[in-house]
Design a protein around this ligand. Structure first.
Ligand code: NAG
Length: 167
């Protein structure tokens, strides 16, 4: 009986769980509208992600990719460098998204409205790939989460965030 309890406890402790990925900040560094030759937008975003490792294993990212969209339209990707997370550690990753001349034709009216209102909604899909492991064992790690976030343009604080994992 004691053995079973111990076994169950160690399976619980050593069973790898996925890291928690959260968008902490999305700072709109620059946003500029062009009307000539076509209506286009230059936007530069600074995104801070917090990745929390709740495992006893350390974590190595081989890639972190975040796609940012606006009203269902993809604006671009943010990629992050390799990183190493200690067991039970948290890491902040910062990535910059620089987009020039994004054609927003149909969405330009919404974008102007959102800017005037002071809040801009973005959709993001974040994919984290890497390895979880002790020195001997390695588990492949793959997390994909989708978030809808609403950013306050004045103070760049995320007012609302709704995230769910994707398969
Ligand atoms: C956005 O931030 C500004 C400045 O802190 C604040 O006055 C305003 O109420 C905020 N807007 C929303 C919708 O939270």
């Amino acid at each position: 009986m004691a053995f079973l309890v111990l076994l169950a406890a160690s399976v619980y402790i050593f069973w790898p769980s996925q890291p928690e990925v959260k968008i902490v900040r999305m700072h709109v560094k620059r946003m500029q509208m062009h009307t000539v030759p076509i209506i286009a937008l230059d936007i530069s975003l600074l995104v801070t992600l917090k990745v929390r490792n709740s495992d006893v294993y350390s974590m190595d990212f081989t890639s972190l990719d975040m796609a940012v969209g606006y009203r269902g339209k993809m604006l671009g990707h943010v990629k992050s460098e390799h990183d190493h997370l200690r067991a039970w550690g948290s890491s902040y990753l910062q990535a910059e998204l620089e987009l020039n001349g994004v054609e927003v034709l149909s969405d330009v009216v919404y974008m102007l409205e959102d800017l005037a209102r002071g809040t801009v909604p973005f959709d993001t899909i974040t994919e984290v790939a890497g390895w979880l492991g002790l020195s001997l064992f390695k588990f492949p790690l793959k997390v994909k989460i989708s978030c809808e976030i609403v950013v306050n343009r004045t103070n760049q604080i995320i007012i609302h965030q709704n995230c769910y994992p994707l398969k």
